[in-house]
Write a protein that binds this ligand. Structure first.
Ligand SMILES: Nc1ncnc2c1ncn2[C@@H]1O[C@H](COP(=O)(O)OP(=O)(O)O)[C@@H](O)[C@H]1O
Ligand SMILES: [Mg+2]
Length: 288
C-alpha cells in the first residue's frame, strides 16, 4: 500500500513521524510537494501509484499559488482518498467560515464580529473592554493584535484599527478572553488522540511557534466531546482544536486542518501520526 504525503518541509517533525508511522504499518510513504507538480493542460496530475494521501501541509503563498495547490488536491481527490479533504482544510483555514460552521452546530465560540466599518470595531471595543483582531487566514499566532478600551487610547486605537483595515480590507474582531493557558486537542476520527495545555511564555499568545510551552493535559469528557464535534462540523478527519477555558465554560478559538503533532509528542510522548495512519488504513480497508 502506497500512502502519499503532501509536504512542504521534509525536516518537519510531523512529516518525519508520518513517514515513520506509515513504514511501521508495513506501507510505503510517498512524500510529494504540491509546488513541484505541473499540470499539463487539464490532464490529471500523476498520482504516483498512491492508494491514499495525507496532507501534512499545503504551505503559505499568494492567492493564485494557494488556489492552484487546492485545485491540485481537489483533482487528486477524484482519484484517491485524501485526508484532510481540501474542502475541510479550506473550512478550517478560514477563521470566519469555520466559526460560522461551529456556531451553526451549536458549539461554543467567542463573541466575534467581522466588518469593514471602523465604527463597528470601536463600538465592539467599547462594549467588550478588550478585543483581539486576527487575520481571517492567519496561522501560528502571527498578526494578532490586542486592544484595550480606554478613553486616553481612543485615537491611537482607532488609528491602528484603521491601519489594519486599510491593509486587510476587513476586520475580524473577537472578545479578548483572559487566560493563562489554552488547550489544544488533537482529534483523529471520533477520538481525542492527544491533548496539551499551552502556556504563553511571553505575554498572552500561546502558540508553540511563539515560544508557548506545552504541558500534558487530560481533557474531561465534555472537552473531548466538544473538540470531536468541532472537527466533525468542519469536516476534518484529523484536526488540532484550540479551546479557551472562559469564566463560564469553553470557547473554541479555531480549528487547524494541517496541525503539527510535535508539541503533543514532546509533552505527552503520544505520537498522533500513528492514529492518522491507522485511520487512513482502516478507511482504505472499508473501501475494498
Ligand atoms: N479571543 C482571544 N482571547 C484571548 N487570546 C486569544 C484569542 N484569540 C486568540 N488568542 C491567542 O492567540 C493564539 C492564536 O490564536 P488562534 O485563533 O489560534 O490563531 P492562529 O491560527 O494564529 O493560531 C491563541 O492560541 C491564543 O493564545
Ligand atoms: Mg491556533
Amino acid at each position: 500500500m502506497n500512502i502519499g504525503i503532501a509536504i512542504t518541509d521534509q525536516n518537519d517533525w510531523t512529516t518525519r513521524a508520518l513517514i515513520q508511522s506509515i513504514r511501521d504499518r508495513g506501507a510505503s510513504p510517498v512524500p510529494f510537494r504540491l509546488s513541484e507538480i505541473t499540470s499539463y493542460a487539464f490532464d490529471l496530475p500523476e498520482t504516483g501509484g498512491m492508494d491514499a494521501a495525507i496532507v501534512r501541509d499545503v504551505g503559505a503563498g499568494a492567492f493564485e499559488e494557494v488556489s492552484f495547490k487546492f485545485d491540485l488536491l481537489r483533482i487528486l481527490a477524484e482519484e484517491v482518498p485524501i485526508i484532510n479533504t481540501p474542502e475541510s482544510i479550506q473550512n478550517a483555514a478560514n477563521k470566519y467560515y469555520s466559526l460560522y460552521l461551529l456556531k451553526k452546530s451549536g458549539l461554543p465560540v467567542p463573541e466575534t464580529v467581522v466588518t469593514c466599518d471602523v465604527d463597528v470595531a470601536m463600538d465592539m471595543l467599547d462594549r467588550c473592554g478588550e478585543i483581539v483582531i486576527k487575520p481571517i487566514f492567519g496561522y501560528k499566532g502571527i498578526g494578532i493584535r490586542r486592544f484595550r478600551s480606554d478613553p486616553d487610547l481612543f485615537d491611537s486605537n482607532r488609528n491602528f484599527i484603521e491601519e489594519i483595515l486599510s491593509k486587510r480590507g476587513v476586520l475580524y474582531l473577537q472578545e479578548f478572553i483572559p487566560m493563562k493557558r489554552d488547550m489544544r486537542v488533537f482529534v483523529v476520527g471520533n477520538r481525542a488522540a492527544g491533548s496539551i495545555y499551552r502556556y504563553a511564555r511571553n505575554g498572552w499568545i500561546t502558540n508553540l511557534s511563539q515560544s508557548g510551552r506545552p504541558e500534558r493535559c487530560v481533557p474531561d469528557p465534555e472537552q473531548e466531546e466538544i473538540a470531536i464535534q468541532a472537527s466533525n462540523a468542519i469536516g476534518t478527519a484529523f484536526a488540532g482544536v484550540d479551546i479557551a477555558e472562559t469564566g463560564d465554560g469553553l470557547a473554541i478559538l479555531e480549528i487547524n486542518g494541517t496541525p503539527s503533532g510535535k508539541g503533543i509528542f514532546e509533552a505527552c510522548g503520544v505520537d498522533v501520526t500513528r492514529d492518522i495512519v491507522d485511520y487512513v488504513i482502516s478507511m482504505l480497508s472499508k473501501r475494498i
